[in-house]
Design a protein around this ligand. Structure first.
Ligand code: NAD
Length: 476
């Protein structure tokens, strides 16, 4: 099935249109594909009231029942994979095969967290016989969540899965540029029998929605994925209102290529991974620090393979990389590449935008960048690979840790000693050695330093959505 859904709000278990709309564009040709309903202040207040009511019901629903509803919704999304993937490609631009994998990944987040709902144990603390100390894990309360446009379905899945598995209700403001992924999630939960008000979906002017929702007394947690700048802003609003936050923010992932690996094989897997989602991934491999012994071979292979990546409309078979998702990314990439060239970096592939409609930007490879090139410090969030030689592992680790980010980091080495050094010393929430996969549903994902706070997925995934209550009970 290949239809694009109606772009409505979902509040208190009902779909709601609005006379106020925003156009949604296809980044491959800039055509308008839908009109997105914008929430009014009254809609947001209805969502708050619904989430308050929904929380009362859902937090008192047995974990096994919660898990059953979540698994049913995930099964529906698996059945609807073609329809959801088509919507994602249309609004985001990524190749259809990647959109299908995204749906699968989103379902894995739901399935993992549903199982974790059954294991959210408290504990009993050893004590004298006449008193019992019991630690309860309880759902924290209604969540205000904000998800970005780079993975229209799997990004909101992380937040909805964590909140619902923990027993919380949620108001999700998904990305206005790519709303269909979240709309499909709401549809699946509606069809799976989720009680009204537990999941509410709104769209609008992001700053107005967060400014209204976060200070409300009924909101107990703020969960955000996006840029560090916006994350800091939302954290400030939350702090003024004493709300905890879960912040999954930007990255600038280093890749350390040690002197004991095959440089051709390392470059080949790196190009494929860099092209994924047109580089618009917070864990995208970006700063390559390659041992000087292997540098020439790595750079040559990387540039050659990058030039061979087939760019096009994600709906056309054979497309390996789609457009960037919006004009902001295209402009930002152009500026970063221009700045690096002006400062003396070598351009080895890409760098020139295709003419015509669509936000196409090629896989671009730059080498020997000076430290003051903006691209070496600012997250490109696009298909830009930066390659520099290093003299030693110490040199590489120092450069990798030099930025305020610490989300994902990667390394290629067969040496146990190198791997140990890296595990101990790299400043990142996720280090992957000989693989460029940063996280899966069963592993905790999140950042250190300015890459954020808290973890999604893994055994840690529900922690932020729960609060701890100690009960001291003296037997009388
Ligand atoms: P942006 O920071 O303006 O927006 C990112 C997301 O945050 C969008 O979905 C937007 O709707 C939302 N947002 C923005 N202001 C908000 C506010 N005041 N309240 C609530 N939500 C708000 O940037 P952008 O141009 O859309 O994206 C570019 C940058 O965002 C990238 O450079 C990258 O660092 C970051 N980003 C990170 C991720 C990630 O997975 N960590 C995903 C998307 C974007």
């Amino acid at each position: 099935m290949t239809s694009y859904p109606d772009l409505e709000l979902y509040i208190a278990g009902r779909w709601r249109a609005s006379s106020d709309t925003l156009p949604v564009l296809n980044p491959a040709d800039e055509s308008v594909i839908g009109a997105l309903a914008i929430a009014s202040r009254a809609d947001l207040d209805d969502a708050l009231a619904a989430a308050t009511d929904g929380h009362k019901v859902w937090s008192r629903t047995a974990p096994a029942t919660r898990a059953e509803v979540i698994l049913k919704a995930a099964a529906l999304m698996r059945e609807r994979v073609e329809e959801i993937a088509y919507s994602i490609t249309l609004e985001h631009g990524k190749p259809l095969a990647q959109a299908r994998l995204e749906v699968q990944r989103g379902c894995e987040f739901f399935e993992w967290d549903a199982a974790e709902a059954l294991r959210a144990y408290g504990r009993v603390i050893p004590s004298a016989p006449d008193i019992r100390y019991i630690v309860l894990q309880q759902p924290i309360g209604p969540v205000a969540a904000f998800s970005p446009w780079n993975f229209p379905m799997s990004q909101p899945s992380r937040k909805v899965a964590g909140a619902l598995a923990a027993g919380c209700s949620i108001i999700l403001k998904a990305a206005e540029e790519t709303p269909a992924g979240a709309i499909h999630i709401a549809r699946a939960f509606h069809d799976a029998g989720l009680p009204a008000g537990v999941l509410n979906l709104v769209f609008g002017i992001p700053g107005d929605i967060s400014a209204h929702l976060i200070p409300q007394p009924s909101i107990r947690l703020v969960a955000f994925t996006g840029s560090t700048a916006v994350g800091k802003h939302l954290t400030e609003i939350a702090a003024r209102n004493m709300k905890p936050v879960l912040m999954e923010l930007g990255g600038h992932a280093p890749v350390i290529v040690c002197d004991d690996v095959d440089p051709v094989a390392a470059a080949e897997v790196s190009v494929a991974r860099k092209a994924r989602n047109t580089g618009q991934v917070c864990t995208s491999p970006t700063r390559f620090f390659v041992h000087e012994k292997l540098y020439g071979a790595f750079v040559e292979t990387f540039a050659e393979r990058a030039k061979a990546i087939k760019i096009g409309n994600g709906l056309e078979s054979g497309t390996q990389m789609g457009p960037v998702a919006n004009h902001r990314r295209k402009n930002a990439l152009e500026a970063l590449v221009r700045d690096a060239r002006d400062k003396g970096a070598r351009l080895l592939a890409g760098g020139e935008c295709a003419k015509g409609a669509g936000y196409f930007y090629p896989l671009t490879v730059m080498a020997e960048l000076p430290e003051d090139a903006r691209a070496m410090r600012e997250e490109p969030f696009g298909p830009l690979a930066l390659i520099n030689p290093v003299r030693s592992l110490d040199d590489a680790i120092e450069k990798a840790n030099a930025l305020p980010f610490g989300l994902a980091a990667y390394a290629f080495t067969h040496s146990a000693s190198n791997a140990h050094q890296l595990s101990e010393r790299i400043e990142a929430g996720n280090l992957s050695i000989n693989t460029l996969e940063a996280s899966v549903a069963e592993t905790p994902f999140g950042g250190v330093k300015e890459s954020g706070y808290g973890r999604e997925g893994g055994a840690e995934g529900l922690h932020h959505y729960m609060t701890v209550k100690n009960v001291s009970h003296r037997m009388t």
